[in-house]
Design a protein around this ligand. Sequence first.
Ligand code: G4P
Length: 525
Amino acid sequence: MKSQELKAAVAKRRTFAIISHPDAGKTTITEQLLLFGGVIREAGTVKAKKSGHFAKSDWMAIEKQRGISVTSSVMQFNYAGKRINILDTPGHEDFSEDTYRTLMAVDAAVMVIDAAKGIEAQTKKLFKVVKKRGIPIFTFMNKLDRDGREPLDLIAELEELLGIEGYAMNWPMGMGKGLVGLYDRVDHQVELYRENEAGDRFLPLDANGQLAASEPLVNESIYRDTLDDIELLNDAGNQYDLKKIMAGEQTPVFFGSALTNFGVETFLKHFVDMAPAPGPHQLQDGSELSPTANDFSGFVFKIQANMNPQHRDRIAFVRIGAGEFDRGMDVTLARTGKTIRLNNATEFMSDAREAVQTAVAGDIVGLYDTGNFQIGDTIYAGKQKVVYEALPQFTPELFMRVTAKNVMKQKSFHKGMQQLVQEGAVQLYRTYSTNDYILGAVGQLQFEVFKFRMQNEYNSEVVMTPIGSRVARWIDPAQLDEKMSSSRNLLVKDIHDEPLFLFENQYAQRWFADKYPDVRLTAKL
Ligand code: G4P
């Protein structure tokens, strides 16, 4: 690909993830987006996939037909001249560090909030991770077709709970049974919930932001309330600030109802316009790498093990940071210096009919992996060594003690443990006093996968004893005194030998802070 072509291709990429609390409507909205992208033709396809593990094969069959991908981890489609990549961030029981790491591979995030519930726990956690990256965050307030909270409250909550300004791009006119439409502050029109008798969905607003007097379509009192709200927003609300939006300090807020496909396309249209194309990546040596640099390079942000024991292969997901990926190309694995030929790659393409399949900076490729890759690895094609900035460590919240069931099989136990920990499947800690193994994770499923893989891949049966959720805080080794450890704050060290306390709960942490006011405790992301 010539450099001009590469530039044009990269400029078209929009790579993002949806963050939300379970049940807010992520799957429903994703499905609507795929419909707009022409990837699926019927609603219900993605939902069918979600309802239980056993429907997975149906989903795979659909994916094969449509040529999307072997998993639904990455969905790609074209819309309005742009190439969209949606990276799935599993929620529910699948919630894991992979979910967090996926957020390291996107250029923007979409936060879906249930308008009746407001900001919920998992959204808050995911938001924190995205916020650290300083990338733009777009908000979709969902389920307007049901009675929800006051829109003004929802906007205020963004600032109160998340510390991000909200700028309403559009505004609900009524809600639930009384929903009539959206007042669009950007396109200066009203988008009707149901089209009027003449079949119009969009009614223009005049220079004063009002509907023409001849429009009898909108319920008078709802209309007045809307105008009052708009006046309030204009006078006392946040000022639209694109610079803040790009830095993740202000979030453009869209309202809608994914289930009834209302407001979703309006959101998509603006999102595609505003969301950034892939930008430069920070390298370990402190320099920045342009996405249009000629030589291919990328980093592994997720490794998915195949749960089927008959297929022990894994897929390493690589975010392309620069250049163009070619099937069969030779790359160097920065960590080992080893050359690897990328024959078995699976690109996440929406359109199997496309003659030339290319993947460039911003896209994701899945590499079948036989054990070469680790989370955070850089691969590069040029002569110049490239190492991407390390992925952040996350603070686990759930902990287990783990031992080998069969003491005679310590060797395979240690080998499995070491490899799975390196891969980033779980976090490993050792207790100070007895050197016991403690595993940490952000989601319960990580433990289950760990146990399964220890047994299946390393022939090591493990016994895991839950110690429940803990608040993990690292302490400066210079300040550490082993006497600080008590029954309510287990002292352990991580794989880098850095000490941390696992506090029983926040009260235990506060008690500690009161007792040792000079000791600085820190969390990872
Ligand atoms: P998730 O991926 O974020 O977990 O949410 P999902 O899309 O699965 O949606 C969760 C539930 O909320 C689903 O109902 C879905 O139909 C519903 N939902 C999503 N968007 C809207 C909306 O705009 N309005 C309303 N009223 N409901 C919405 P469910 O009963 O759990 O599933 P199903 O039986 O309808 O499939």
